[in-house]
Design a protein around this ligand. Structure first.
Ligand code: AMP
Ligand code: GLY
Length: 416
């Protein structure tokens, strides 16, 4: 089987690594990929949102399975284009990708199917939004409806900040057309957890649980990032929570999808807020999480291509998914300055010195025979061990061996 992986981050490197372990796979291509992926796959210079060129490539190169990483590609309708050409693709169609492309779409769905979530209102007029500012009190949660590279959620502490947020989103159009609509939500407190699920249109099957670290600095301080580290399993998920999530969230989601005739195939990422053991949905993403995927896939024993093919064929209920009891940690090494401005092109040293860890590349590329930085999140140093504490120690010991100018990582990932 020939596989094409669309994307170029740590998540996609982890996917390529897992897929390369399948004895059914002959050749892996990545578009556009990164320096780490280039070591196990052939990188092709096509951008992740160039749907037509990707489909042409898949046809010409006899690709049997295409796995889509980034939400932009899914929102652009990559799955629809591939399906139309008779190509097998793992990832939801454009209609289903609305769950990530529109926060209002997801909130409406959650409300309709009685799935626990924060109360919300939506506005398409900035004037009306301004008039109703603070409707749920403060802190006020203000969200651009559409995609905003993880930056479209503003938590305003007071009226002035809320007004600024609406101005930025709806008037200044900081996130472009994503700010044509705004969503206000009730502010939820508690502990966040990420839940990645396989979905085949008929059943939804959660993967092992994970925790992500969103802020740039230790102790949850500083601005939000794409994610600075992760571990799996997340101890928050005890038997009671797993049962509640199943009854109150997973079953209504799949029933709701069927009632809405949404033929969802791929991964659904559910962001949860848990308080006093009660889960509420914060958001849906229509793809694997990054860096949750790195930790979670280290624990997957089943051939992932079997699971992906089962999702495409609606046969997930016939597929046994086996997880390693061992536990995983991923520490992200970022470029100094990220998530704001940072420099690229710094030579990375020490990649050949790591031991007992797997280093997934995110923002890297080759410059001649040197690997250099090429993004904000550069590498994810991951380890699998008998428990999170041990995995943490191995991951950090290896992170210390890697260096580049102005490298930065949090020191408290998976610290108990
Ligand atoms: P989202 O992209 O919708 O998950 O929002 C990004 C982050 O904003 C979440 O991970 C939370 O930390 C925070 N957030 C979003 N919605 C809420 C809410 N209703 N209450 C509190 N925090 C929220
Ligand atoms: N780590 C959060 C995300 O992938 O959206």
């Amino acid at each position: 089987m020939n596989v094409l992986i669309v994307g170029s981050g740590g998540r996609e490197h982890a996917l390529a690594w897992k897929i390369s372990q399948s004895d059914k796979v002959d050749k892996i291509y990545c578009a556009p990929g990164n320096a780490g992926m280039a070591q196990i796959a052939q990188c092709v210079d096509i951008k992740a949102n160039n749907v037509a060129a990707l489909a042409d490539f898949a046809q010409t190169n006899n690709i049997d399975l295409t796995v889509v990483g980034p939400e932009e590609s899914l929102v652009c309708g990559i799955a629809d284009e591939f399906a139309q050409r008779g190509l097998r693709v793992f990832g939801p169609n454009k209609e289903c990708a609305e769950f990530e492309n529109s926060k209002a779409f997801t909130k409406k769905f959650l409300e309709k199917y009685d799935i626990p979530t924060a109360k919300y209102v939506e506005y398409i007029s900035a004037e009306e939004a301004m008039e109703n500012i603070g409707i749920f009190g403060y802190p006020a949660v203000i969200k651009a409806d559409g995609l905003a590279a993880g930056k479209g959620v503003i938590i305003a502490e007071n009226e002035q900040q809320a007004k600024d947020a609406i101005k930025q989103i709806m008037i200044d159009k900081r996130f472009g057309a994503s700010g044509n609509k705004v969503v206000f939500e009730e502010f939820l407190t508690g502990t966040e957890a990420s839940m990645l699920c396989f979905v085949d249109g008929n059943v939804i099957v959660p993967m092992e649980s994970a925790r992500d670290y969103k802020n740039i600095f230790d102790g949850g301080k500083g601005p939000n990032t794409g994610g600075m580290g992760s571990y799996s399993p997340n101890e928050l998920f005890d038997d009671d929570l797993v049962r509640l999530v199943d009854i109150q969230i997973l079953r209504p989601i799949i029933d709701g999808m069927k009632k809405e005739s949404l033929d969802y195939k791929g991964v659904l990422f559910i962001g949860l807020m848990v308080k006093d053991g009660m889960p509420k949905v914060l958001e849906f993403n229509v793809r694997f999480g990054d860096p949750e995927t790195q930790s979670v896939l280290m624990r997957l024993k089943t051939d992932i291509t079997d699971i992906m093919n089962a999702c495409i064929d609606g046969k997930l209920d016939q597929t046994e998914i086996i997880w390693d009891d061992k536990e995983a940690v991923c520490v992200v090494i970022a470029s100094g300055g990220y998530p704001a401005e940072y420099e690229k092109g710094k030579v990375i040293y020490g990649l050949d010195k790591t031991d007992s860890a797997i280093v997934f590349h995110a923002g890297t590329k080759f410059d001649g025979d040197k690997v250099v930085t090429n993004g904000g999140r550069v590498l994810g140093v991951c380890a699998l061990a008998y428990n999170v504490a041990e995995a943490r120690e191995i991951a950090y010991k290896n992170a210390e061996k890697i260096s580049f100018d102005d490298a930065y990582y949090r020191k408290d990932i998976a610290k108990k």
